[in-house]
Design a protein around this ligand. Sequence first.
Ligand code: HAM
Length: 423
Amino acid sequence: MSTFSAPKGTYDLLPPDSAIVLAVREALAAPARRAGYGYVETPGFEHTELFSRGVGESTDIVTKEMYTLTTRGGTHLALRPEGTASVLRAVLQANLHRAGNLPAKLWYSGTYYRYERPQAGRYRHFSQVGAEAVGAEDPALDAELIILAADAFASLGLTGVRLLLNTLGDRECRPAYRAALQDFLRGLDLDADTRARVEINPLRVLDDKRESVRRQLAEAPRLRDHLCQACKAYHEQVRELLTAEGVAFTDDDRLVRGLDYYTRTTFEFVHDGLGSQSAVGGGGRYDGLSELIGGPPLPSVGWALGVDRTVLALRAEGVEPPVPATVEVFAVPLGSEARRVLFGLVTALRRAGVATDLAYGERGVKSAMRSANRSGARFAVVAGERDLAEGVAQLKDLESGEQSPVPLASLVEEVRGRLAPPV
Ligand code: HAM
């Protein structure tokens, strides 16, 4: 029988790369945690209808990309293609919105599933870190979230992330714009699929990347000319707050996003080193989503940052985020008695907080020392029968090559002292 491989569009994470992914997740989430966002975790699957209603019946995500299944009991479920609808569902279900103290600020980290055509940076199973602020309308909240994301990318040492900013208006001004855009689009030379999109979701046509379509869109009516006073003023405040905090952005009134729930502020973080899948994160305001999934009005805003693409962006810039050393000490026993003694010492070192590994299996000293060097450990602890008879082990600094005997009884303290950074 041939061996299995991971399904198309997925990949495994293994050391040492997996350590970078953990560091990226941590770095993306840290700014949100510092801003009062609490951790939320929701199931990997939900009722399909949550997404078809929430994300939008006509979106690519719902029409083409969801992994759906029907349980033996006849329930329609979908693997989650995104996190926002689930988080809002969880807030409503737990009645967090009734507890006062809004906005409810939540962050999450998880894997999501979309049946997309796989290519570099686009997977069928991918990972996001997200943050949502539910139940408040305040331009400072939109600005806060955007700043947190910008700070998260910067903290990793990325310099090539750009912020695109737009507003999509609200239920006051968008319908009239939508109608004006539809009138314009109906007069263009478009294929059948795109003509159908004009009738269902005309704003998405603005996002068409094909040159033949883009050319015809040059004269399309602009949303900014149709915004109501309230949306204009709101957007201006978001822009001012970002500017005041030194967060650079480009106004992009063609930025529509692929999910239907957005109102007002929308944004995307892009990286030019990633080819066509350039978005490393995106989000915006979704003031109407709660009502779409059966809740009361709850104006909200949030984002999700792509972990996989952030790792690719780091690679593209040649930046290596600091990852904690996996092993600080590597023990090399010579003989069975030493194996027993060092096993105890290794356990004691670990209990004292020192990351420690041991050469397992009956191996010669050469092969064991090779493992010690490969482990990345700072120190090797080597002991044979003669050392044990003297009550010592050899502590070898793998950087300098220096080696000296240390009494077994004080070895844990000695190693801890040498590993601690000088004060
Ligand atoms: P999204 O733009 O669909 O938004 O996804 C956010 C990020 O997830 C993207 O910018 C990208 O980095 C990553 N991503 C999406 N699809 C894939 C894929 N197939 N492979 C690799 N990475 C991918 C949302 O999901 C919204 N829930 C964001 C949001 C939160 N809006 C408001 N709150």
